[in-house]
Design a protein around this ligand. Structure first.
Ligand SMILES: C[S@@+](CC[C@H](N)C(=O)[O-])C[C@H]1O[C@@H](n2cnc3c(N)ncnc32)[C@H](O)[C@@H]1O
Length: 420
């Protein structure tokens, strides 16, 4: 593999904000598209026949879009109700760009004439936007709702709208996904101008993509990669993915601003039913009701190959919990997370061809300072599902601020390569 992308940069999405298509929506959880491109090129350099790539945790679609750019077929799944809409819209890059610009232009012009309403928004939204900004964003939203149809142009214009919500907020939302209405930033972004700029960027990028390839060959499903899904049996040559880490990051909360703005949820409590219940159990909010079942969960046959180790870690975490003020159920989170991962490997075995290759970008974790050897356990679970070998390639050291000041465990991020 060439080394143009610095190793420690390949797991970050930030650089994608200067790349065509990937810059349409900032998803901090994504990885670096140029690294994905290099990897696909390297793995396909001696191959002439059909080659299919799969990302079981599609997110904002970095792998699918890169496969499209290079002309390869790809599959992806992600059940997140908001981010799946984002990726579905991004995959419409092969739409007629003039029709898209006409449609989006009409939405913009009608919005400028429209009276926006701001009273009915929840507190969170009122804290995130000064009234005049909210007024214009509401006008854009209402015009989009009035014109709603099933056309590609509408879906692309919706994406342009949701992608400016964070840039137009005075709350500290743009750099990171959590919403911090208490931190204010100076607002440089006028909604109508920002929307127009976004449309122009999308137009340029659609032209660019259409000069690389005529049509999208990606198939995306709003489905769960822990279960048998629509990806066909034995169809995949290469998996490139990054699962949620076992580090308490809440992918439901990460899109709370957008979901609240769109009126799809009203309050934080709605996230469980609307989003979280469909996702991998990688945060404690997800699993609090299962606390008493933790040690039953790890008895599942699918975790047999790591039973002794996971039992020990969960026991330590349960013990720590007793004298921590937050009383977080990290032991339950770790138990359910690895049971979910075991299911993912089982379905990957179903969809992958013999001698396929899988690359998981992963990070390990140490909740309450208790080290969890994520790469090792994932590798063992892959072998238990029928893959032949695994190795871990570290890309960088990292630190996570668990609520434990004495935690000094070195943490790492890297790539788990699985073959078979
Ligand atoms: C680290 S992000 C992947 C980001 C992606 N690599 C990109 O470039 O945008 C993990 C993704 O896994 C998704 N996810 C969580 N549970 C899932 C499940 N059960 N099946 C499929 N995807 C899931 C989340 O919604 C999130 O988008």
């Amino acid at each position: 593999m060439t080394n143009k992308i610095k190793k420690d940069n390949s797991t970050s999405f930030v650089n994608n904000m200067s790349l065509p298509m990937h810059r349409w929506y900032r998803y901090s959880a994504g990885f670096h598209a140029e690294w994905v491109e290099q990897l696909i090129k390297e793995k396909t350099k001696d191959i002439n026949e059909k080659f299919r790539i799969y990302d079981p945790f599609t997110g904002s679609g970095t792998v699918l879009l890169t496969s499209d750019k290079l002309g390869f077929e790809s599959y992806g799944v992600d059940p997140h109700p908001f981010i799946s809409r984002v990726v579905e819209a991004k995959l419409l890059w092969d739409t007629d760009f003039d029709l898209f610009v006409d449609y989006a232009g009409k939405v913009l012009n009608e919005s400028k004439k429209k009276k926006g309403f701001t009273e009915n928004y929840p507190e969170l939204i009122k804290k995130c936007y000064p009234e005049d900004i909210l007024y214009m964003l509401d006008a854009l939203k209402s015009v989009l709702e009035e014109k709603k149809d099933d056309s590609n142009e509408h879906k692309l214009t919706w994406l342009a709208f949701v992608s400016i919500l964070r840039t137009c907020s005075t709350a500290g939302t743009a750099q990171w996904q959590y919403i911090l209405p208490n931190k204010t930033k100076k607002l440089k972004n006028h909604p109508f101008e920002t929307f127009e700029k976004k449309i122009n960027i999308m137009y340029e990028d659609m032209k660019f993509m259409q000069s690389c390839s005529s049509k999208s060959k990606a198939k995306f499903f709003r489905q769960d990669c822990r279960e048998q899904n629509s990806v066909p049996d034995k169809s995949i040559d290469l998996v490139i993915t990054s699962p949620p880490y076992a580090n308490n990051y809440d992918y439901a909360d990460a899109t709370r601003l957008e979901l609240t703005f769109l009126g799809e949820i009203e309050k934080w409590g709605d996230l469980q039913d609307y989003v979280r219940k469909y996702l991998m159990r990688s945060c404690t909010q997800h699993v609090s009701k299962l606390r008493k079942e933790t040690f039953e969960i790890i008895k599942d046959d699918k975790l047999k190959c790591i039973y002794d180790e996971i039992f020990e870690v969960c026991k330590k975490l349960e013990g720590e919990r007793e004298y921590r003020s937050g009383k977080k159920n990290y032991h339950t989170m770790i138990a359910t997370y690895f049971l979910d991962i075991a299911k993912v490997w089982i379905d990957l075995r179903r969809v992958c061809k013999e001698n396929s290759e899988v690359c998981f970008v992963i990070g390990d974790s140490a909740p309450y300072g208790v080290y969890v050897p994520v790469d090792e356990w994932m590798g063992k679970l892959a072998l238990a599902a029928g893959f032949k070998e695994y190795k871990f390639d570290k890309t960088r050291d990292r630190n996570v601020k668990w609520d434990n000041r004495t935690h000094k465990k070195p943490l790492k991020e890297g790539r788990l390569w699985v073959k078979g």
